[in-house]
Design a protein around this ligand. Structure first.
Ligand code: FES
Length: 168
């Protein structure tokens, strides 16, 4: 009897099983590898994330006079989360509607302050004067004070601390 066809069948079966095991192993490695790679590099493709900041209960802001509020802003960029101390001027006349000013002068970015007697914002760097609504009264600033978007959630005031310019 000729044993060559037996050998050929055995070889083919062994070859086929080997091929199946190799293929399944390669698929498993590819799936696990791509998952792991995706896990480690996906933060690099995420947008820089800035968050709304809670400034506190709306009842704590006096009506009519701007109030300076200090806060910590957390920013996430890929794997890194950074914190930045910042501030804003909060103004409300009725306790329901709020204006939140960026704390930097629109001339060259100096911090300004509220003068209670004059009822004006004063910037000491180049003697700019702004009214209570942020409009330029005098001095070199090219535009009114920049503002932050704000919203009220559960009776708390939140700001998105990215300055937006006021159209004049
Ligand atoms: S920076 Fe405020 S007036 Fe120049």
């Amino acid at each position: 009897m000729d044993g060559s066809s037996d050998n050929t069948t055995r070889f083919s079966r062994r070859h086929f099983l080997s091929w199946i095991i190799t293929t399944v192993g390669a698929v498993i490695a590819a799936v696990l590898g791509s998952t792991a790679i995706g896990y480690f590099i996906s933060p690099a493709f995420q947008r820089k994330e800035e968050n709304w900041v809670d400034l506190g209960p709306i009842g704590t802001f006096p009506k009519g006079n701007p109030t300076k509020v200090e806060f910590v802003q957390r920013m996430r960029d890929a794997w890194v989360t950074t914190e930045r101390r910042s501030s804003a001027w909060v103004l409300t006349s009725d306790g329901e509607n709020y204006i939140v000013f960026d704390p930097r002068c629109t001339h060259l970015g100096c911090p300004y302050h509220w003068d209670e007697e004059k009822k004006q914002f004063l910037c000491p760097c180049h003697t700019a004067v702004f009214d209570v609504g942020g409009g330029v009264v005098s001095g070199p600033p090219p535009r009114p004070l920049d503002r932050y978007q704000n919203k009220i959630v559960d009776d708390r005031l939140y700001v998105f601390p990215k300055p937006t310019q006021v159209k004049t």
